[in-house]
Design a protein around this ligand. Structure first.
Ligand code: GDP
Ligand code: MG
Length: 876
């Protein structure tokens, strides 16, 4: 009873399927044979394919009125039905799912019908539904394997990491290109008499049953979809001609994928044709080179498609001779005899029946020439030429029914060839799956080991590497900002102004270098007399006032801003060189430039505004007692440092002359000349007093330095003296006064630079309030709502690196050889794992396929004796 219900239910679904022309349901229909008596076996059979055909199922479920079905069948058809509970792979399972276009509304075997070119124009699809569905399944398996093959190509490296393909060999002009074009249905291969195929062309055909467009793609070139086959032909020609004349052939394959509803899933490799004699303009080794290239490709487990023209004796076929060498038992060679139309039918038939070179996969005779009228009627390149070729071919074979008719058992025709190629490729690929999987496991084990040992299993991608690098850099920048603030700015600016003060003192108060040995003019007011000078002495007043004016009008705004900005830039450079970016020239430059640009921008405004801030000091300077005291203390240290520098300079001069004594002698001589004790004869240019002129020059420097040191010592005493303890005596103590002024200027500058330069550079929102200086120009107040600071350095880094394209990020990460190796290992491992997963899915698919196929034949043989049941099935 239950069995009957099952059959009735199935019958109904079958009916629906016929109505919808639903391929998916037909698959289910095939499973009917397994539904012998219990629902359980039905589940098994149907469960297998449930996953693959769920789209079709759902479609049927929608179109079927569920209440009319028995409840168990409703369960089966409903999404959450028990079908997945039997564990044989439901829609939620890991099992392979159908590619979208397979489960749509194509009729049974429609995919292969088009691929086999079983369309209305050529011949009726005479296949039984079962055969058609089986063909479709076979093509699905092949497609999956070809996908895996392509994946493996991206893994590269080892030769064992591939799945077999069909390799086309034959001598020049034997018709190789014509056969391939007949299979594809388009003229797309390079044409010409002179060696147009110089590189292997790895042709992958991808069946797209529901698509209308046919197009090609060169995955390695990134040109996108090319729908114009003339363009494909041009590209192939260019790629081939790019091989230098001197090299003749290259074993670097061109990869081409062609997508079309009219092609079967196939993987074919076109090779340069064998040549018999080398042309006068071809190097002598060309013949061997081509032979070597072909040899490489015709190795097991590849299938050899040996092309021979009918008008050449098979014994002379280069293709067969080459294949014989690597496949002596003729197990993986398909013989193709082209140009059957050029010889007498009997001779052609004899070739196909060849007994001298028996091939397990047999010989197929074809006529692949594009009939002339086609090329004139349709514009070449765009129209599919398959039907024209098939018609022409069929016409020829049909004209000799006794030779080539069904009774002859000869295999002829492009359609048969296509089908044979599909079957053979599927079988060959299946057969080598295990070996390939083994090789992949091996590679994966190696990659995993390397990943573990070298990289401690640390995952990495270009994106994550960039993000980590940027985070780390921003972190180190943040740490730096915390250590570089107003105090540090003050130190830098003060140090710079100290140097300026020393320069002014040297210019206006200290001794001057001298160039000749003439006695110096007597000084009107020697510095040594300063402590005892008249308090109203105009000269000393003028000297200090002029020095102060020089200091305040130095351009402090620009000077202070520049030294601080330079320091920031130097710090950024230091941060970069201690970061991961140090190994990335492009990023390095980008970051440096970002910092430079921001600092330059900020510096313009900052230096102008700071100049305005210090403007009042140019006119009037009031010093507090404590300021004076601080200046006195500081300049003491500065003068001491200067004295030390002076003394060490004298030391190095001593060394340069070669000893204290020698220097003392020359200095003594110079002193005597300058004081007038010794009168020089002549100008002393060529030396004097027994000293060479260069020695005299060095002596002059030493005298200058010694006098400078004496002055410094004297002034250090003055600074420490009681006289200089009081700010009222500033004219007697210019050093202290100038230092105190420099300190005042520094206090304004550091506050301002901290607020304007550092904060804008560091932070998003102003961290420090504007300097509370009463002199601050109103226009220099930044807008308070300015929380999107365009000058902020970390933000500009974000903006820069976020605008990078994935390709640029990849390029960036790969700049570092260590990172590149790491990335390669990670990628390789991921790819291999992915391939293995795909292979596992394929293995399951195949196992189910085999199971259901064997069940199918089993029940069929059983059913043969059961006429009544057969009839019942026949109802549908
Ligand atoms: P390849 O050098 O091996 O690629 O050979 P081609 O495919 O370029 O073919 C060489 C020449 O043979 C071309 O002029 C084709 O038109 C012609 N040809 C190819 N197949 C056939 C055929 O089946 N019959 C005839 N008559 N000519 C053919
Ligand atoms: Mg060719």
């Amino acid at each position: 009873m239950f069995g009957a219900a099952a059959i009735a239910g199935l019958a109904y679904i079958q009916y629906q399927a016929a109505q919808a022309g639903n391929y998916a349901i037909d698959l289910f229909g095939r499973a009917k044979d397994t539904a012998s008596s219990t629902a359980n076996t039905l589940f098994e059979g149907a469960g297998d394919i449930y996953g693959r055909t769920k789209n079709g199922w759902e479609k049927t479920r929608d179109s079927v009125e569920l209440p009319q079905l028995p409840s168990w069948l409703q369960n089966l058809l409903s999404k959450d039905g028990s079908s997945s509970s039997n564990g044989s792979g439901g829609p939620s399972g890991q099992g392979p799912t159908p590619s979208e276009n397979r489960s749509g509304v194509v009729g049974a075997g429609a995919a292969t019908a088009a691929a086999f070119r079983l369309d209305a124009e050529s011949e009726e699809d005479t296949r039984s539904e079962e055969t058609a569905a089986r063909d479709d399944q076979m093509m699905m398996l092949t497609r999956k394997m070809i996908e895996i093959r392509s994946l493996l190509q991206t893994v590269g490296q080892s030769d064992s990491l591939t799945l077999p393909s069909i390799v086309v060999v034959g001598s020049q002009s034997s018709g190789k290109s014509s056969v391939l074009e007949a299979i594809v249905g388009h003229e797309f291969l390079p044409k010409g008499s002179n060696m147009v195929t110089r590189r292997p062309i790895e042709l992958t055909l991808v069946n797209t049953p529901n698509a209308h467009a046919e197009y090609g793609e060169f995955p390695a070139l990134g040109l996108g979809k090319i729908t114009d086959f003339v363009q494909i032909q041009k590209t192939l020609t260019d790629l081939n001609l790019a091989v230098p004349e001197a090299d003749c052939v290259s074993d670097d394959p061109i990869q081409l994928r062609i997508y079309s509803p009219n092609v079967p899933d196939l993987s074919l490799i076109d090779l340069p044709g064998y040549i018999q004699v080398t042309g006068y303009d071809q190097p002598t080794e060309l013949k061997e080179k081509i032979a070597a290239l072909c040899d490489k490709y015709i190795q097991a487990p590849n299938v050899i498609l040996a092309i021979s023209a009918a008008d050449v004796d098979l014994a002379n076929s280069t293709a067969l001779r080459a294949s014989r060498l690597v496949d002596s038992r003729g197990e993986r060679t398909i013989g193709v005899v082209t140009k059957m139309d050029l010889v007498e039918p009997e001779r052609g038939a004899a070739m196909l029946n060849d007994r001298k070179y028996p091939l397990r996969l047999g010989y197929v005779g074809v006529v692949c020439r594009v009939p002339h009228q086609t090329s004139s009627l349709f514009s070449r390149g765009s129209a599919n030429i398959a039907s024209a070729i098939t018609k022409n071919e069929n016409a020829y074979f049909a004209a000799h029914p006794s030779t080539f008719g069904p009774a002859s058992s000869l295999q002829v025709g492009t359609i048969n060839l296509r089908k044979k190629l599909m079957l053979v490729l599927e079988q060959t690929m299946s057969a080598s799956l295990a070996t390939t999987a083994e090789a992949i496991h091996q590679e994966l084990a190696e990659a995993s080991y390397e990943f573990k040992v070298q990289y401690n299993d640390r995952p990495l991608s270009a994106d994550s590497y960039l993000a980590e690098s940027l985070d780390a850099f921003k972190h180190s920048f943040k740490v730096f900002t915390e250590s570089f603030g107003r105090t540090e700015v003050r130190e830098i600016v003060k140090h710079e102004l100290d140097q300026q003060v020393l320069n002014l003192l040297a210019q206006r108060y200290w001794n001057k270098p001298f160039d000749d040995l003439t006695p110096p003019l007597p000084e009107t007011d020697a510095l040594i007399d300063l402590p005892k000078a008249d308090p109203e002495n105009v000269l000393w007043h003028l000297k200090l006032d002029a020095s102060t004016a020089s200091l305040t009008k130095l351009g402090i705004g620009r000077l202070a801003t520049t030294v601080v900005a330079n320091q920031l830039q130097a710090q950024i450079d230091r941060l970069i060189s201690t970061s991961t970016f140090s190994t990335h020239p492009f990023a390095r430059t980008a970051i440096t430039q970002a910092a430079t640009a921001i600092l330059r921008n900020l510096s313009y405004d900052t230096s102008d505004e700071l100049e305005i801030c210090i403007k009042p000091y140019k006119y009037r300077i009031e010093l507090e007692d404590n300021e004076w005291a601080r200046g006195r203390e500081n300049i003491n240290a500065v003068l001491k440092a200067e004295l030390r520098d002076c003394e060490s300079a004298v030391k190095s001069v001593e060394e340069a002359v070669g000893g204290k004594k020698r220097l003392r002698d020359v200095m003594g001589f110079i002193d005597r000349v300058r004081s007038g004790d010794v009168v020089l004869e002549g100008d002393g240019v060529g030396g004097a007093g027994g000293f060479s002129s260069s020695l005299l020059g060095i002596g002059r420097q030493a005298v200058f330095l010694r006098d400078r040191a004496d002055i410094l010592r004297m002034r250090l005493l003055a600074v420490k003296s009681k006289q200089c303890a009081n700010k009222k005596n500033k004219y007697y103590c210019p050093e202290i006064f100038l230092d105190a002024v420099a300190d005042k200027l520094t206090s304004t500058a550091d506050l301002f630079l901290d607020a304007e330069l550092l904060s804008k550079f560091y932070y998003n929102v102003r961290a420090t309030p504007s300097p509370p200086s009463p002199f601050l120009h109103p226009t220099s107040l930044p807008p308070l709502a300015n929380n999107k600071n365009p000058h902020q350095f970390p933000r500009s880094l974000d903006t820069h690196f976020r605008s990078l394209t994935p390709g640029e990020i990849e390029q960036f990460a790969r700049e570092d050889p260590k990172v590149r190796r790491h990335l390669d290992v990670v990628r390789r491992k991921e790819l291999l794992e992915h391939v293995l997963k795909e292979m596992e899915a394929l293995r399951q698919l195949e196992a189910r396929e085999k199971r259901s196929a064997s069940r199918g034949t089993q029940t069929k043989t059983l059913g043969d004796g059961d006429g009544s049941r057969k009839r019942r099935w026949g109802l549908f």
